[in-house]
Design a protein around this ligand. Structure first.
Ligand SMILES: C[S@@+](CC[C@H](N)C(=O)[O-])C[C@H]1O[C@@H](n2cnc3c(N)ncnc32)[C@H](O)[C@@H]1O
Length: 364
């Protein structure tokens, strides 16, 4: 049992990357929200043991924009986590000016914080959230020429928070995946008197945190794709059991090769990407991986008993590529396609585990 040191809410929860991280740092989840039916199944399957209350007391919300949900009824919490979908500001919103964020899901995050700030003004025993931890795609800061980010920063500043951001890459945290994501850490200035937050930029061979961005390429733990791939015998067993093959069809392979050639003729490097056990890392797994696997194909040429064509990752490998404890306790209760979507949408667990530990140490 991890000692409970603070409470958190898990918005746009997906399959719980933040939940694992916050729990490992001593956080207790008091509310979660996820709209997707299949992500909810994975979430409940894995977190009902860790946070049983939210599944029985109505605090596993389905839709954070539900007008029936009164934000005052969300239990008090110290940390808000949210890998919110980057929904571009609507044109209508733009016309009304950048302060109007209606129509975006960030608006709901803002309103949840505002509800707590307001409640605290009326009754100072109600806690104001101490930390806001958000995640988004790398390009988020440049969205709409930087105006989206500026608006969000201003909203958080106006609510009393200091905001700091960093782009972190999963490959620096021991997972063999090149995945860059922006993390936004905001702390409530009245409650937390620190000048700045020192982002962890990676971990070294001894799991020490690397705090200097310029050190990370040299000092980060080495990664190798072979470390997350199933053994051929294991893969074969799983294929037999599921009565399916992860090797892509001849037709799909021909299509991938044709498109790659077409792109090459146009002088660009687009098209499928393939890797083998010696590769240091793969490209970013996305929610569309289930479609044709083009961003990460595993080479099989010359491997005994395997076809010459490449294969897709097995969902277990997709889970490992995102650092999920799939060999320990984490379970996949959904179809392969749903699992690919869920892992593709998720945060890399070792990144958020490291980040959560630093937040707990430096800010809580
Ligand atoms: C980028 S994913 C976040 C994944 C998560 N960080 C994880 O570790 O798996 C965004 C999630 O927001 C969910 N979502 C979108 N709109 C929502 C809404 N109105 N209410 C609740 N969840 C929503 C999506 O279904 C999706 O799972």
């Amino acid at each position: 049992m991890v000692e409970e040191k603070f409470t958190f809410i898990d918005l746009f929860a997906g399959i719980g990357g933040f939940h694992i991280a916050m729990h490992e740092s001593g956080g207790k989840c008091v509310f979660a929200s996820e709209i997707d039916k299949f992500a909810r199944i994975t979430y409940e399957e894995n977190f009902k043991k860790i946070s049983p209350e939210i599944f029985t007391n109505g605090n596993f919300n389905k839709d954070i924009t539900d007008p029936e949900l009164n934000y005052n009824s969300i239990p008090q919490f110290d940390v808000l986590c949210g890998g919110f979908p980057c929904q571009p500001f609507s044109q209508a919103g733009l016309k009304k000016g950048f302060n109007d964020t209606r129509g975006t899901l960030f608006f709901n995050i803002q309103e949840i914080i505002r509800a707590k700030v307001k409640a605290n003004k009326k009754n100072n025993t109600v806690k104001v959230p101490k930390i806001i931890l958000l995640e988004n795609v790398k390009g988020f800061k440049n969205h709409d020429k930087g105006n989206t980010f500026k608006t969000i920063q201003k909203i958080l500043n106006d609510l009393g928070y200091e905001v700091q951001t960093a782009v972190l890459n999963s490959k620096h945290f021991g997972v063999p995946q090149n995945r860059e994501r922006i993390f936004i850490v905001a702390w409530h200035k009245k409650q937390i008197k620190v000048e700045s937050f020192h982002f962890p930029f990676g971990i070294d061979e001894k799991d020490n945190v690397i705090f200097k961005r310029e050190d990370r390429d040299k000092k980060a733990k080495e990664t190798k794709l072979g470390s997350i791939l199933l053994k051929n015998s294991q893969l074969k067993k799983l294929e037999l059991k599921a009565e399916k093959s992860y090797t892509i069809s001849e037709k799909l392979w021909a299509g991938h090769q044709r498109r790659k050639l077409e792109h090459a003729r146009k002088g660009n490097g687009f098209g499928y990407s393939s890797f083998n056990s010696k590769s240091k890392y793969t490209s970013t797994i996305s929610a569309r991986y289930y479609k044709d696997g083009s961003e990460i194909l595993i080479e099989q040429k010359g491997i005994k008993d395997r076809a010459d064509r490449p294969r897709k990752l097995h969902p277990i490998e997709a889970a490992r590529l995102q650092g999920y404890p799939i060999d320990d306790w984490y379970k996949i209760p959904v179809s392969d396609n749903q699992a690919y979507k869920q892992f593709g949408n998720s945060v890399s667990v070792p990144v958020v585990v490291t980040l959560a530990k630093e937040i707990q140490k430096q800010l809580l």
